[in-house]
Ligand binder design. Structure first.
Ligand code: ADE
Length: 263
């Protein structure tokens, strides 16, 4: 996957590309990241990327020309190699809200252009005629699209084949939407079950006995139950989407009560 990022702060991405998952994905050629300084696509001596809004008002608005030039320059350089047009994503609080399903959808693209603007605004013609997608990372306002672009890039990259060593852990984690696996008892669409590591007792807090038992079917059952109960407390909105019936939830609660009484 090729990410082309258009930004006025290319230096912002230095650290995130040099650590952890993204660093490894670059080293393993699962992704390539090209940073494009928007100011390189301006046409004036001041290299200005924004201007005052028509109609007045506070703040500045990103001009259309540099953004169109930047995207077109990326597209024309790519035509030589692939010919397929890449999706151009404008990061904006007005976009479709990013989630795991959208990350999965984007991970099937061969390339993505990420357009980072500043919060005050972008000339509407960019959203209307240049971007193929407008994406928000949540209902809050940041001062620019760089952090959202980094979030999107990391969430998409970890879904690419060969990026995570352990494919299984990726499948089992919270929020993964895998209806086929839900039927086989995996925790698709639910929050993760609680994890523990050594020591088995820390400041008098003990690890649940079942995890030390070595009984794998019991451990699986316990994990599935915890995942369900935790979701029902912290994110009840996810239960329906994950296809959990009221009956199943009631059974899990009863089983939990029964297990607690046994102790
Ligand atoms: N730019 C500013 N805030 C944003 C958000 N929440 N998501 C995406 N881009 C943004």
């Amino acid at each position: 996957m090729i990410f082309d990022i258009i930004t006025i702060f290319p230096g912002f991405f230095g650290s995130i590309l040099e650590h952890g998952l993204l660093k490894h994905a670059i080293a393993g050629s699962e992704i390539a990241v090209n940073l494009h300084d928007l100011r390189d696509f301006t046409g004036d001596a001041h290299r200005s990327v924004d201007d005052r809004p028509f109609g007045g008002g506070p703040g500045m608005v990103f001009k259309p020309e540099p953004l169109f030039r930047a995207v077109e320059s990326i597209e024309s350089s790519r035509e030589v190699t692939s010919g397929e047009a890449a999706r151009a994503v404008l990061l904006t609080p007005q976009g479709r809200v990013f989630n795991q399903a959208l990350a999965a959808e984007l991970s099937r693209e061969h390339a993505l252009i990420l357009i980072c603007s500043r919060y005050e605004g972008v000339d509407e013609r960019v959203a209307a005629h240049l971007a193929t997608d407008e994406i928000s990372i949540g209902d809050y306002v940041l001062s620019g699209g760089e952090l959202p672009a980094a979030v999107l890039m990391e969430a998409v990259t970890r879904l690419l084949p060969g990026v995570l060593g352990n494919e299984e852990s990726k499948l089992a984690e919270s929020f993964q939407e895998l209806p086929a696996l839900a039927a086989s008892g995996t925790r698709a669409g639910l929050l993760d079950f609680p994890q523990y590591t050594r020591p088995a007792e820390f400041r008098r807090w003990k690890v649940p006995e079942v995890l030390l038992s070595g009984n794998h079917s019991q451990i699986e059952r316990w994990r599935r139950r915890q995942s369900l109960l935790k979701t029902s407390v912290k994110r009840p909105d996810l239960l329906e989407k994950a296809g959990i019936s009221a009956e199943e939830l009631r059974a899990a609660r009863e089983e939990e009560e029964f297990a607690a009484r046994e102790l």
